[in-house]
Design a protein around this ligand. Sequence first.
Ligand SMILES: *Cc1c(COP(=O)(O)O)cnc(C)c1O
Length: 404
Amino acid sequence: MTAGDGRGPHTRAVHTPRPVPPEQQPLGLPVYRTAAFAFRDSGEFADLLAGRIPGYSYSREGNPTAEAFAAAVAYLEAFGVEDDVVGEPFSSGMAATSTVLMALCRAGAHVIAPRQLYGGTYGVLTTLLDRFGVRADFVDGRDVEAVRAALRPETALIWAETLANPTMAVADFPSLAAVARAAGVPLVVDSTFASPAVCRPLALGADAVVHSATKYIGGHSDVMGGVVIGSRELIAAVHRTRAQLGGSLAPDDAFLLHRGLATLPLRVARQCASALALAEALSAEARVRTVLYPGLPAHPDHALAAKLFDPDRYGAVVSFVVAGGRAGAAAVCDAARLAMIASSLGGAHTLLSPVATTTHRQLDDATLERAGIDAGTIRISVGLEDPEDLIADLRQALAAVPAE
Ligand SMILES: *Cc1c(COP(=O)(O)O)cnc(C)c1O
């Protein structure tokens, strides 16, 4: 590796000197931006593939930066949990969701999921897994007896969401976990809308937690990722399925997601406080029919949220209903100047989504009504702006709908 080693210019360009990994811990997370890892000899390669020694061979199977990110989220979710829990990283929330479902279900399996379910998850259950003989029953997630009644011998798992979109219904984890435990099936919770800075379902009886890290965990609307946290045994099955399906988290994205974690509790505490202020301000507006936010005492799940969530944190997604159905919701969104119209949530920017034409566009008026969703519902993901500015913006935007 010196001037006189006799190697040609192309060989030199490929086989440049590499640093020996330093003894000192870098404060920033090292990014192992590599597809593969080299071995000292073929015996070591064979030993690693056979599981006789730890290490890495190929980044679809495992990458230290992606694993560090998943381990960090597992550490946050493990607060208050007695048993050992580990995390598995994913390229998106849907990669996490579809992989967990594929890992836990086989042909003939049955899944119980809430009727108010994230559209992507609903789609995987009804248009992908149904082709492989998996059947899903959608029940009122707040009705624990309905969940129990839906159990079948083939039930493979119960799915729940910490906060449902757009009604912000709160999952009753202790009761759902009791039903799941009695039936011997895992309770899997999509906790994206809460984040580990609001609620940790594993400490409340859930067996696995799924996050779209694209939302609060990343927190800046500039990176996609997902993560699943659970027992070593459950995650081992999820890991094998992920390596097969290939939804691996890229090392650079893992770095960004990991970087967001240090400020997650600070960001989310502020977003929750602003969301409560905004929800209270909207409740006082004549042009707002209803505000759906569990931080308000009028929300049906206020007491449950106060019991299950961290003090003074009720999430930072607020829904409100205006007159005029789809047209009314569109008029308010279009009149907002600060809050932006976009999908996604959890980032620094406050985002608006008229739900009947976006997240719930597949539902006609009758189906919306059965699901208890008014066509004039608007979802706000509260960001990091000054709450006074957000309140002023929505107040002026509300002038776009007629007073009732
Ligand atoms: C966004 C979201 C997902 C999917 O995550 P992606 O990162 O977009 O793949 C799953 N569940 C919920 C509740 C979400 O909000």
